[in-house]
Design a protein around this ligand. Sequence first.
Ligand SMILES: Cc1cc2nc3c(=O)[nH]c(=O)nc-3n(C[C@H](O)[C@H](O)[C@H](O)COP(=O)(O)O)c2cc1C
Length: 169
Amino acid sequence: MAQFGIFYGSTTGNTTKAAEAIQAILGADRAELVDVATAGVEDFNRYSNLILGASTWGYGDLQDDWEKKLPLLKEVDLKGKTVALFGLGDQEGYAACYLDAMGIIHDVLVECGVTTVGAWPTEGYTFDDSVACKDGQFVGLALDEDNEADKTPQRIAVWLQQLEGQWQE
Ligand SMILES: Cc1cc2nc3c(=O)[nH]c(=O)nc-3n(C[C@H](O)[C@H](O)[C@H](O)COP(=O)(O)O)c2cc1C
């Protein structure tokens, strides 16, 4: 059985691409991709490790599919699961709400009693504000395909390396 469910919500394909890159490193034998648009509670329950990825739309809003599916997280049996987040946004065009969707998902997880893993430093990013920034760190991996697509592969690789040893068997 796959240990990792990589749940992604993507409008123009950037988050899908990042999810695929994460899967490629973890290995398709143990990591499955789930488009959150099609996900039900049973899908979230299936994996011992959840990696949740979302882009931000509007002005600090959840990506549309996450908007519909986020309430499901409250019905998922999250006890004993390890949960990590990644987000995509545009730090130049939306500096006041960069990656807010990742922060919104994080807030719901906190309400559910989950402590996420995979916090990521804000150094090297230029933005004014973000719901995804708590205690001076991003709550998960911060990606920006609009301005720094060249940095994405390296950021993903380092993030996953940093997470080794923190996952459920
Ligand atoms: C109309 C529009 C609104 C956006 N709003 C935000 C925003 O509020 N915050 C942010 O960080 N990025 C914002 N973005 C940038 C997207 O999140 C970014 O392009 C992302 O890579 C899209 O990923 P996706 O193709 O997986 O949906 C916006 C982009 C567009 C076109």
